[in-house]
Design a protein around this ligand. Structure first.
Ligand SMILES: CC(C)(COP(=O)(O)OP(=O)(O)OC[C@H]1O[C@@H](n2cnc3c(N)ncnc32)[C@H](O)[C@@H]1OP(=O)(O)O)[C@@H](O)C(=O)NCCC(=O)NCCS
Length: 167
């Protein structure tokens, strides 16, 4: 699905040509969302190099928002989960995030009744954003996140859900 939303935001599937732009948003955005809010050990497994390496494997499941010719943000959906949701610092408050989230919800709603996502407990801005878009906090859980050496680290998160089934 592709479309132009409010404020000149255009949402389209990501391609390999977007890898650099996605990494440029994800690397600083990941730090901003997680630093000081997750176990320090996890930071060792999220170097800029680690994140950059993972971008290629996300492209197929990624959608980008463009403003003009600039990639403003991206969302990654896996099954019924909004797995990654990032907007670049210069494009916060532009509506790009809302367009991406709506797109993700619509895609999930074609196949599932409910969508879910994990947000780090201390990420207040993201939590406010999801709540403004009708997501409900379903409580705390330990999200098992990957490490670069094949293990997982439990990260205290909140589980958010929203009914999304297309009617
Ligand atoms: C979470 C995220 C995607 C939400 O996108 P967003 O653009 O910030 O959200 P909105 O479009 O609803 O913008 C509203 C926010 O922008 C602020 N805002 C409004 N106009 C603005 C502007 N011109 N410039 C900057 N911020 C502005 C509002 O004050 C509001 O912030 P607040 O909730 O702290 O008061 C984005 O903040 C982000 O990428 N954060 C870092 C990564 C992250 O945490 N991802 C989620 C992981 S679960």
């Amino acid at each position: 699905m592709t479309g132009a939303g409010g404020g000149g935001v255009r949402v389209r599937p990501a391609t390999a040509d977007d890898e650099e732009a996605i990494a440029a948003i994800w690397v600083p955005g990941w730090r901003e969302a997680h630093e000081g809010r997750v176990p320090d050990e996890l930071l060792e497994h999220r170097s800029a190099e680690d994140l950059r390496r993972r971008v290629a494997s996300m492209i197929e499941a990624a959608t980008v928002a463009e403003i003009g010719r600039t990639v403003a943000g991206f969302v990654v959906v896996r099954d019924d989960c909004v797995d990654q949701m990032y907007v670049g610092g210069d494009h916060r408050g532009t509506g790009a995030a809302g367009e991406l989230l709506s797109h993700a919800e619509a895609g999930i709603g074609e196949r599932h009744d409910r969508a879910w996502l994990a947000v780090v407990a201390g990420n207040d801005r993201a939590r406010r954003f999801y709540e403004r878009h009708g997501w409900r906090d379903e409580g705390p859980f330990d999200h098992l996140t990957w490490t670069t050496d094949g293990r997982t680290i439990p990260v205290p998160c909140r589980r958010y859900e929203k009914a999304v089934r297309a009617s």
